[in-house]
Design a protein around this ligand. Structure first.
Ligand code: PNS
Length: 170
């Protein structure tokens, strides 16, 4: 039998988080129950580059505010390939939320590519809770930008941070 302590099971939740929503938090909380450590990783999405509403630092600050109750969750950012980050941190899993069938094709493609680039990590999909099925950062941005009420989509403690940036900006 090995005398080495078992390695902690680290999962990475990557995303743009521009901004974080209750849908993301639901996935992070559930991942935190499964893994020893969960890293919420503000990542670079080339498809969204230049159209972000919040800087990387602002997005990290918002995530920190709403995950401070989760002891095994930490927040980081990375500009390069997710596979590089997984290898460097010895993560064993990428955790993603799946909302609908429409998410699946894109997520499936990314899961296969990441597995090819770094076979040491599995992509784990958690199904979104039904109340968050339709929720996304872009929906939040659009509603807030047009002066709508986003209080059921983002936690109270970051509501004013988000509103002050987005309110009537469309
Ligand atoms: O919240 P998003 O924008 O849907 O998240 C997509 C994200 C950031 C997870 C994805 O674009 C990503 O993994 N970016 C890191 C760069 C990378 O590794 N690209 C290849 C993935 S196959």
């Amino acid at each position: 039998m090995s005398s080495e302590a078992p390695r902690k099971r680290i999962a990475v939740c990557p995303g743009s988080f521009d901004p974080i929503t209750k849908g993301h938090i639901d996935i992070i909380e559930r991942a935190a129950k499964i893994f020893d450590k969960v890293i919420v990783l503000v990542s670079f999405n080339p498809n969204k580059s230049g159209s972000e509403s919040f800087t990387i630092e602002e997005r990290m600050m918002l995530i920190l505010k709403v995950t401070k109750h989760l002891e095994n969750v930490l927040v980081d950012c990375h500009h390069g390939l997710l596979a590089e980050y997984l290898e460097r941190t010895h993560a064993c899993a990428i955790v993603k939320g799946l909302r609908a069938v429409s998410d699946f094709e894109y997520e499936f493609q990314m899961a296969l590519a990441n597995k090819q680039l770094y076979p040491g990590a599995e992509t784990v999909f958690l199904t979104t809770s039904t109340e968050n099925m339709y929720l996304s950062s872009s929906v939040v941005k659009q509603i807030a930008g047009l002066g709508g009420d986003i209080s059921s989509f983002v936690p109270q403690e970051i509501l004013s941070d988000i509103n002050s940036r987005l309110f009537r900006k469309i």
